[in-house]
Write a protein that binds this ligand. Structure first.
Ligand SMILES: CC(C)(COP(=O)(O)OP(=O)(O)OC[C@H]1O[C@@H](n2cnc3c(N)ncnc32)[C@H](O)[C@@H]1OP(=O)(O)O)[C@@H](O)C(=O)NCCC(=O)NCCS
Length: 208
């Protein structure tokens, strides 16, 4: 770890607006980013409140309200999507409807998102389902100093604590930097699939 101090805490609902901002900076041109800061802020407020999700925030201890980076994950993508699409839908609908009104093409891509939990299993999956890393983002000016490594190590330790045997992550095939990052943190390539017309790679880290 180089540079200033970094502390890890649980990812909390109060980090939501900053997490949305880092998501947009870290994933330009992707579907979730195209939903805009309002929808993403609702998503990142919901995730830490869900029993199916958890995450870690990297903060400067002198300025704990500002995120240097974060990682989020779910113990069950299917259960999380079901919760967001039912019990939590009232929070999402107003900003989603405003976004779709401005860009109707996004509605079709949102429908594809509902199918995502069925798209990313690995061949031969039969045991307990793996957890899934949903997003990891580090403030652009802070990249390359080990914050991502701290976040992924904390996530893997938490998965082991919960007796989760494997952690999956889906990464855009064009995101070579992130694939290199996952490769150095125990993830191996499983297969590719298509989402929103883009090639995606599924990586898996075995934790047992
Ligand atoms: C991927 C990411 C989280 C890594 O965080 P980080 O704090 O820079 O990671 P570390 O300092 O622990 O490790 C650096 C490694 O990350 C990778 N990396 C990917 N993009 C990078 C970038 N823009 N700058 C520096 N490293 C990057 C490299 O493999 C680098 O290893 P190297 O020095 O051997 O090349 C961060 O670069 C990021 O936020 N990227 C944009 C968002 C993204 O693509 N997230 C993953 C998909 S959900």
């Amino acid at each position: 770890m180089t540079g200033g101090q970094v502390t890890l805490t649980a990812l909390l609902p109060e980090h939501a607006a900053d997490a949305a901002r880092l998501h947009i900076l870290g994933q330009p041109g992707t579907f979730l980013t195209s939903l805009g800061p309002e929808v993403l802020t609702v998503l990142y407020r919901m995730l830490p409140a869900s029993a199916h999700a958890f995450g870690f925030a990297a903060v400067d201890p002198q300025r704990p309200a500002a995120l240097l980076g974060f990682v989020s994950a779910t113990t069950s993508t299917g259960a999380l999507f079901a919760e967001l699409g039912t019990r939590r839908i009232r929070a999402f609908l107003p900003p989603l409807v405003r976004r779709f009104a401005r860009n109707p093409a996004l509605a079709g891509r949102a429908a594809q998102t509902a199918l995502y939990p069925f798209m990313h299993g690995a061949p031969g999956d039969d045991g307990p389902s793996p957890a899934e890393l949903l997003s990891i983002m580090v403030e652009p000016a802070q990249r390359g100093r080990g914050i991502g490594a701290l976040l992924v190590a904390a996530l893997q330790a938490e998965c082991r604590r919960r007796a989760i045997a494997a952690l999956d992550v889906t990464v855009d095939a064009a995101n070579a930097g992130a694939q290199r990052f996952y490769g150095t943190h125990g993830f191996t390539f499983v297969r590719t699939f298509t989402l929103y017309g883009r090639e995606m790679c599924l990586y898996r880290a075995r934790l047992d």
